[in-house]
Design a binder for this molecule. Sequence first.
Ligand SMILES: [Zn+2]
Length: 304
Amino acid sequence: MLEVEPPAAEPNAVVIDVAVAGVGGSEYLGYNNPGIRNLPNIMGHGFAGTTAEGRRVAVNPLRSCGTCEYCRRELHQLCDDWHLIGVQSDGGFAQQVAVPEAAMVALPDHLSWEQAAFVEPFANAVNAWELSGADAGCSVAVLGAGGLGLGLVACAAGAGCAQIAVSDLSRTRLDAAAELGATACGNDTEAHPGGSYDVVFDTVGSADSRRQAIELTRKAGTCVLMGFAAPDLEANAGAFIRSQRRLLGAFVYSMTQFQTAVGLAGRCKADWVANLSFAEVEPLLQRYLEGDFSTVKAALRPNG
Ligand SMILES: [Zn+2]
């Protein structure tokens, strides 16, 4: 834990007391790849807290110019000037953070801070789900049952999909997926016994998971890539072309999708979240580095 000056409230910005800040794939990526971020950097891009007036808010960390062609189409993540609070600027791994007034999204009183930790990853899932064009008639496979994967299960279950297969190595994450409506859960062979699916989401992003996601996509189906673990895509282009599959990338969200995610996060259980002190964040990232992803969702509670 580092002592820094309290954040100053610039015009149109509000200082919030951070109640919860999710520790997820992006933080793991930053920890695991020294040099990927400009230092010093206060991480934490999925966070929620309370304003001085007592408003409970989640923060949409995506900032953009608001006026370009993409911003006007609500594709703020494609803005040439986008940045994420907690990645390119100081984020929620702090007791206080100053955020633009326009970034705040009101949280309902019944949503616990633990549930609020799912809002940001679920917003990514809402975007990926909408981009995929999937509907109730689609069979769906999700690779990885962390925050993104669980959000996709919530989307698919909410749409009424009858077949939602989820693979992960962690039993606790799979149990959470089942609770949200996954119909088949297990490791790769248990969850996908020779099946192929209309829509497949890869939330892991390793070379293996991307290859598997493409292979699991049926002919003329849609494969959506979200995970960032490996930099390059390795795929059999011939097989891909002949099967007329669609391959999509999905990255962050619009404000509307972020608000939709607030509703979906209410379906999560508070005890899926491991609440961490500052001193417990680095040991958790170290466990991720060693391949232990048994925690469904970890979150820093900077103010105890
Ligand atoms: Zn823009």
